[in-house]
Design a protein. Structure first.
Length: 482
């Protein structure tokens, strides 16, 4: 049976955004996916407002020591910078999460969320992370080559992949390897010799303490290099251009986008056709995504309701359906940690694996409790998973301290229930539960066992019926899928 118009539009909003906002519920059956996508695209055309959370102390310290190397800072300056930076990286997380939830630029933020995982980077410097995410958000729907070059020159990525240690006669191959393996071509499409030669080209690519890119010619190997069959006195930009010339890069990126936005079961022929168009457009991301989101096959039943929501998608989706004020927004950091996805804190350079990796016995139970924890002010106490990345030890220690402060407490929220009441105002009582299920689930809501569900609901009054119905439907395995 083909999907209804409402289900198709919800499918689009979950894949090209973070789910329908409650204000959109009544409009989901009144427009076509094509028109809805046009609206999403239009809203995301303008350049986003940059995230800017670094306070005056950090900014002043950074600006005041422009051009100074970190080793030249006093011990007190380094400690002050580290302390403030740890605070601000948490603020950056919460600031972007709010933008993900509330922004009209849903398509742009969803694309930025994908690229945030693609260009995975862990860095304790909030200033550098802030610059990197703003590069990604600005370029998320633009030209991939332009974004690749900006990301590759960012202090966050150069530091994370050790290119500050990459210098003539002592090349560090880490940056060159990951640019090839994870950012462009994918594994097994180059040789170890290609990596060694590319690493020579990236020598001298460094950054100042304030995050500005700097090329240091005295550290650059200006000899002839041979990369993927091409020879010359290459620098880093030349290598990136060579990588972009490879059709394998377009294929690798398109396949990864297909897995994330369409289906983990890849239609290889379709991916090849999309990749050809992506390559011919000179890596125009917006054109590629339009080809995907406006295609009839995107709305096939086999592509709907089969993705496990990532923790950020789950949390953002709940907040979009239930607009709320949080008394302690920082509790969301702990929830991210428990669920296994902290913004700006990927598990490694490969990013989050996704799919069934989001679910194990403990995380599934907590995911299904989350709506009740958030809406019913239920207390919770669960130990977050530890992380063994030594580089992020300080942040890990801080998170463990936060665990102790928050564990056993509740997420205090004030939910604006008037919005869902208004959206469901014209729905008859006997149809309410099925209608709510159709709005909240991306699976077949007609199979809902009404009698079983109503056992867990307050049926005494219409408003309580809606409240408890929404919370219960969000607490099901079906709600984990989009």
């Amino acid at each position: 049976m083909p999907a209804s118009l409402q289900l198709k539009n919800q499918h689009l909003l979950w894949r090209a955004g973070f789910g329908p906002a409650v204000e959109q519920w009544n409009d989901l059956s009144k427009t076509t996916p094509q028109k809805l996508y046009d609206a999403l695209e239009k809203a995301s055309r303008k350049e986003p407002m940059p995230l800017k959370v670094a306070n005056n102390f950090v900014e002043g310290l950074m600006n005041g020591i422009d051009g100074i190397r970190r080793t030249e800072l006093t011990k007190e300056q380094r400690q002050q910078l580290q302390k403030k930076s740890r605070e601000e990286i948490r603020n950056l997380n919460l600031e972007w999460l709010d933008e993900i939830v509330n922004s009209e630029q849903q398509l742009r933020e969803k694309m930025a969320f994908f690229w945030h995982g693609h260009f995975a980077c862990r860095n304790l410097n909030a200033f550098y992370q802030q610059d990197l995410i703003n590069i990604i958000r600005r370029n998320a729907l633009g030209n991939f080559g332009a974004m690749l070059k900006e990301v590759s020159r960012s202090a966050a990525m150069l530091a994370f992949l050790n290119n500050q240690q990459n210098r003539k006669q002592k090349p560090n191959e880490n940056f060159a390897r990951e640019v090839m393996e994870l950012f462009t071509m994918g594994r097994d499409n180059y040789t170890e010799k290609d990596i060694k030669e590319a690493a020579r080209a990236f020598t001298g690519w460094q950054f100042q303490l304030n995050g500005d890119f700097v090329f240091r010619p005295q550290l650059h190997d200006d000899g002839v290099k041979t990369v993927l069959g091409q020879s010359g006195n290459f620098d880093g930009d030349d290598v990136l251009d060579i990588l972009l010339q490879q059709k394998q890069t377009a294929l690798y990126l398109t396949r990864k986008l297909y897995v994330f936005f369409v289906n983990e079961q890849v239609d290889e022929e379709r991916v090849k056709q999309l990749a050809d168009g992506f390559y011919k457009s000179n890596y125009d991301i917006s054109k590629l995504m339009k080809s995907i989101f406006t295609a009839d096959w995107f709305y096939d039943e086999r592509n709907i309701g089969i993705r496990i929501k990532s923790p950020i998608e789950l949390m953002a989706g709940i907040r979009r359906s239930l607009p709320m004020e949080l008394a302690q927004p920082e509790t969301q950091l702990y929830l991210q940690k428990v669920l296994g996805q902290i913004l700006f804190y990927p598990p490694n350079v490969a990013g989050w694996p996704g799919g069934k990796n989001w679910i194990d016995s403990s995380s599934l139970m907590f995911r299904m409790r989350l709506p009740q924890i958030v809406a019913m002010k239920e207390s919770f106490s669960i130990k977050a998973k530890s992380d063994d990345d030594q580089e992020m030890g300080r942040m890990e220690e801080r998170m463990q301290q936060q665990n102790k402060r928050i564990a056993g407490r509740m997420v205090e929220t004030t939910i604006n229930w008037k919005l869902p009441y208004d959206q469901l105002q014209k729905t008859k009582r006997e149809q309410l539960l099925v209608q709510m299920a159709s709005l909240l689930w991306q699976t077949d809501s007609t199979k809902l066992n009404r009698a079983l569900v109503e056992k867990h609901m307050d049926v005494s009054a219409r408003e309580r019926y809606i409240q408890t119905g929404i919370i219960h439907l969000m607490s099901t395995p079906e709600y984990q899928l989009c």
